[in-house]
Design a protein around this ligand. Structure first.
Ligand code: ZN
Length: 149
């Protein structure tokens, strides 16, 4: 009996650990198997993967990653400062990918529609955007987005 109990305890512990390591992008996968490889290798295989990894990067405040995964033709002068202030001012609380067009491994362009919820100065907000992505060499990059209210 004692043995079984220990196994049960281990199982519970593992489940809790898994929950703690869930990727902030809401994929249901652990961070290790989801956005972390993108953050380390800058090689998101699809536009959606890049979109999710950029959302997680906002959660973690990975300013350089957000800057470097913006298409070079769309890196505005103040981009880094803007990203940094968004990371500081908002607490992102959830992501939902609603629709995607192309953006797969063999595509050159892609679009992803998403909803991201956040808290700013104690108030809940919702950011709805249709983002455009372009392949740049082997990697996907963010071009720009149309904010939908
Ligand atoms: Zn993720």
């Amino acid at each position: 009996m004692k043995c079984l109990y220990n196994i049960f305890q281990m199982y519970v512990k593992e489940e809790v650990m898994k929950e703690e390591n869930l990727c902030p992008c809401g994929s249901g996968k652990t961070y290790e198997l989801c956005c972390e490889p993108c953050h380390q290798n800058h090689n998101a295989p699809t536009a959606e993967a890049l979109m999710r990894s950029r959302y997680s990067a906002f959660v973690f405040g990975l300013v350089d990653y957000l800057f470097e995964t913006t298409h070079p033709s769309h890196r505005a002068k103040n981009l880094k400062a803007d990203i940094a202030s968004t990371c500081k001012g908002l607490a992102w609380t959830g992501l939902e990918v609603m629709e995607k067009w192309q953006g797969r491994e063999g595509d050159k362009v892609g679009k992803v529609a998403f909803r991201a919820s956040f808290v700013q100065e104690g108030k809940n907000g919702l950011h709805v955007e249709h983002s455009r992505f372009k392949r740049f060499g082997k990697a996907w990059m963010y071009v720009d987005g149309e904010v939908k209210g």
